[in-house]
Design a protein around this ligand. Structure first.
Ligand code: ADE
Length: 242
């Protein structure tokens, strides 16, 4: 045990490891988003553990029921309080969550600043709604943060959860290499990212700007900032307070 802990402290892994649990009524929707690219690499490096929990495991009666009609009438099913309660309290036996997040179109808009904040936590629990949403009592008694990924309604919270997880995981220290640094991402400095190019320098007469081929680091930096501001002013003047 001592050996195990020493290893983790020495490598720093103990300090940066994050666990993300996601409760879903349709876990199949979350199969592929975490099996490729940067999120997959982060799991392989043990920087994050992502568990998708099938809410149906906590279904009621012989049908494994997890949803029901809403009181007061109206179209659409609601995920029931009891299966969610049993699932969350079961998970809480092992884990103290820093945030219990419900993905919902009436939540706070998910933005880069929130991704930065969440990337510093150790344990996150995400709850995906489905159909008309979840019983309000779960929101009142468990949920600490409600996030929306935009003003449109998805069929469930799963795709929104995948967006949040992707945006957060790439910020965990050690996930991106220096070359991929998240510091140069759009929004990190309140600006959109500048245009990027790769080889060839001339494709059918479409040329890469000369400055990028000049090797002059300071001038390239200046050009990128100029382009960032230009692009932000044109596409997202609100980011500049204009
Ligand atoms: N669930 C359904 N629509 C959603 C949205 N826009 N954001 C987050 N969760 C959702």
């Amino acid at each position: 045990m001592v050996c195990f802990l020493t290893f983790y402290f020495q490598t720093g892994l103990f300090l940066i490891f994050m666990r993300i649990d996601i409760i879903s009524a349709v876990p199949e929707l979350l199969q592929s988003p975490f099996e490729y690219s940067i999120v997959k690499r982060a799991q392989d490096k043990n920087l994050v553990e992502i568990n998708v929990i099938d809410l149906r495991r906590y279904g009621l009666n012989k049908y494994g029921q997890i949803d029901d009609y809403q009181y007061g009438g109206g179209a659409g099913m609601v995920l029931m309080v009891e299966p969610l309660y049993n699932c969350i309290t079961d998970l809480q036996k092992d884990t103290v969550y820093d945030e219990i997040i419900y993905l919902t179109p009436d939540g706070q808009r998910f933005e880069q600043k929130k991704a930065n904040e969440l990337s510093l936590y150790k344990n996150l629990l995400l709850i995906c709604g489905h159909y008309k949403g979840i019983d309000e009592r779960i929101r009142e008694h468990f949920v600490t943060l409600e996030l929306s990924i935009g003003d449109y309604v998805l069929s469930g919270g799963e795709l929104a959860a995948a967006v949040v997880v992707d945006a957060v995981v790439r910020l965990i220290p050690g996930v991106l290499s220096d070359a991929e640094s998240a510091l140069t991402d759009s929004f990190q400095d309140g600006l959109l990212a500048p245009p990027v190019y790769t080889r060839p320098a001339d494709f059918k007469g479409w040329k890469v700007p000369d400055i990028l081929l000049s090797g002059h680091e300071a001038k390239i930096k200046e050009w990128r900032l100029e382009k960032s501001i230009e692009r932000t002013r044109k596409r997202r003047p609100d980011l500049l307070g204009e």
